[in-house]
Design a binder for this molecule. Structure first.
Ligand SMILES: CC(C)(COP(=O)(O)OP(=O)(O)OC[C@H]1O[C@@H](n2cnc3c(N)ncnc32)[C@H](O)[C@@H]1OP(=O)(O)O)[C@@H](O)C(=O)NCCC(=O)NCCS
Length: 196
């Protein structure tokens, strides 16, 4: 996965969970596909969450249009409703999954949650959503890389059932190593491919 993270300055209370909107489990969160009109909000979020390796407007546009990518957004259920009467919805987070042809693997390429919205299950909800997408597309595995310095994200992935299977030395701009993690989403033969 890309990027150096920006340290969070926000307090991270752990929220109560309940099912709302389109099968969201975290409190008052709606998950939906990103649209071209979300790009400026996505760029703001990217600037808030990453120091380097930020996705550009061009990349977001590409991924929104691509059939080999799933770019999903979490927003507040309240602002999602208001957006129907013309207000800009507040984006709480996004996640990007790459689904290439000819491989059983999917790759969680990026995930970010606004500092104010952390600790409320938004990232977990986005990942669960993408797991369903991957399964629907017949992809039994999800992989990702995460900086060995990013203990928060590593804890998140472990909690969701990802296991460590490898490492890339000196992978990120800050010379940190990348930990490679994988989750099996559907039963099947063990994967032998070495996906990037
Ligand atoms: C990592 C990140 C996406 C987590 O988002 P989040 O919405 O706060 O995560 P969730 O609330 O869904 O966390 C679910 C679980 O993950 C674990 N977790 C998440 N953040 C954690 C942290 N900072 N420290 C310890 N555990 C953490 C916890 O087990 C948590 O469950 P709990 O609330 O019951 O304790 C968010 O901190 C972020 O955007 N960071 C900057 C960008 C980044 O690092 N992206 C990932 C690498 S590309």
């Amino acid at each position: 996965m890309k990027g150096d993270i920006k340290p969070s300055t926000a307090a991270e209370p752990r929220g109560e969970s309940r099912v709302t909107g389109v099968q969201a489990h975290a409190a008052s969160i709606v998950v939906r596909n990103a649209e071209l009109g979300d790009i400026s909000s996505l760029l703001n979020l990217e600037a808030l969450c990453f120091q380097t390796d930020r996705l550009s407007a061009r990349s977001f546009k590409h991924h929104i249009r691509s059939e080999h990518a799933e770019l999903v957004i979490a927003e507040s259920a309240v602002t999602n409703k208001k957006s129907q009467i013309g207000q800009t919805p507040e984006i709480l987070g996004y996640a990007l999954l790459l689904l290439r042809r000819g491989t059983q693997l999917t790759r969680l390429y990026s995930i970010a949650v606004s500092p104010q919205a952390r600790g409320k299950g938004v990232a977990a909800e986005l990942i669960r959503w993408l797991e369903e997408v991957a399964k629907t597309r017949g992809k039994p595995f999800m992989r990702l890389e995460v900086s060995s310095n990013n203990q928060g994200a590593i804890a998140l992935y472990k909690k969701l059932g990802f296991v460590i299977f490898g490492m890339y030395d000196n992978y990120y701009d800050d010379q940190s190593d990348a930990i490679r993690m994988q989750k099996r989403l559907l039963s099947g033969k063990p994967v032998m491919e070495s996906a990037k």
